[in-house]
Design a protein. Structure first.
Length: 68
């Protein structure tokens, strides 16, 4: 006999209700796992994606066209 991974702590759930909850939780966990695998496959973190490229340094006279 295996140890249950889900424990119902209150109420009087029927076998059908327990099966429904188990199916929903299993599907949700599978979806989270596949999303995690997809994000790891891209190789870029959210931090890397949001970074902007470094600007070039300002040269002499760069501000001459700035409106006064």
């Amino acid at each position: 006999m295996s140890v249950p991974e889900i424990r119902i702590l209150g109420g009087k759930a029927t076998a059908d209700e327990i099966a429904a909850v188990t199916a929903v939780l299993t599907a949700a966990l599978d979806e989270l796992a596949s999303a995690s695998r997809r994000s790891n496959e891209t190789g870029r973190t959210a931090w890397q994606v949001s970074q902007r490229p470094v600007r070039v340094p300002l040269a002499h006279g760069s501000w001459s066209n700035f409106p006064r």
